[in-house]
Each structure stands twice: as C-alpha cells, then as structure tokens.
Design a binder for this molecule. Sequence first.
Ligand SMILES: [Fe+2]
Length: 252
Amino acid sequence: MKIAFITDLHIDAPGNFPLGLDTRAQFLKTLDYAADSGCEALILGGDLCHKTGDRDIYSWVKNEVYKRFDLVYAVPGNHDDPVLMAEIFGTTNDLHETELYTSHLLGGIEFLFSDTSSGYMSESQWSWLFEKAKKQHTDVFIIMHHPPVLVGSKHMEPKYQFNQMSKAAELFKEFNSKQFHVFCGHYHLDRTVVSGNMHLYLTPSTFVQIHPQYSDFVRGSDFIGYREIIVGEGSGYCTETLITGSIIPIGV
Ligand SMILES: [Fe+2]
C-alpha cells in the first residue's frame, strides 16, 4: 500500500495569500500528484489552516481530499483546532477531551496518530502511546506534527520545538528492543534523523520551506512536495519525498 503524507498546508481564507503564495493551488497540485501516483491513502500531517482552526477551511480541505482519496487520516498541528477538525472530518469518536488521537491499520501496520497541537501531550495520551508501544512486536509507527527530538533547525529550535522531548526519549528508551518510525511535519523541511532506535522523517510543506541554518525566518527551497510511505510489500517499508512543483506566487 502506498500512502501519501502531505503536511503543513497553511490554507487561509479565500483571497488571503500567506507570504504572497497561493497555498490552495499549491496544496491541490500536490494532492493531484499524489492521487495520480497511485497513492491509496492520505495522511495530513497538520497545519491545515494558516493561523488558527477554521470551519470553512476544514470543509474545503475535506471536500478536496475526499474527491481523490477514500482513506483519509489527519493529525492536528499547532495552527489547528483538534475539536473543530474532528467535527468537520467526522472523527469525534477519536476525541479525548480536547485531544484527537487514535490508531489505524494501513497495509497491515498499525499507525499511531498523535495530537501535539498544543506542543504537549496530556498524561492520558502518553499512557495510551506507551501502552500501544508495549503491544507492538518490533516496530512502532507514529504520525505526529512536532518532531520529538532535536533536528537542527535554528529557526524552529528551541522556540517552536516540541515541549516534551525528554518524555519522548523515555518512550524510546523504555522499549529499546523496538524500532520507532516517526513521521512529522512542522519544520517545513525535508530531513531524516536517526537517533538510537528512533527513525524520524520530516516532510516538506506544501506552503513554503524554512531554511534550517538561520535563526531568522529565511525561505529554503522554492519546491513543494510530500512524502510517500510504502508498506505491506515484503518486510520493512520504503519512504521518500517527492517534489510536486514550485511555490506559486500571486500576481507573477
Ligand atoms: Fe506549519
């Protein structure tokens, strides 16, 4: 099964163009590319909205994704509202207080979909995650917006980083006979980080990339893209990022 992981859409209200870019067109270009590439499932990695969760934006995204995919999953980012997202996407059964987390089998692998939208996970969510990790035989697959370890982006760290990295380190250490495979967005960066038994895959945004070498906000590459995750075909899995085009400035 080929899965498309598309993240950091940053869609704004109609007529609003963040940084002068047409984030709707950029997202649709990437979505079409993934659907045409034969991806059977779609995972949205958070920051569907540019600033804050918005009913109309979620409805627009939902409509567009279900035109192309039958299987759609989404985790909230720091610019999302998990409760509103659950309401619009029809996943209120996965709401725990105000956190949206659950697990789904994709290609025979159980993916854990976490909610780090506040920059933290509640004690209940951590308990759920530890329990799920305990039950996996060898590998643990996690989808979360925030990378759980340092990645080396001077703009994002420490200001916007996940606030519970030491707790995440405890998780990886407690189950050190298992491998963790973590898929994230948030940093607007294409990077792989391997640290002990944790393999982290950051995925570029469909909005704009952030240069990791500057503490000020400096744009990275002008390319937009997404990640494919291929599971259920032999042992292990394959993953790569694909470039779907360039940023689309308004009025150019
Ligand atoms: Fe983002």
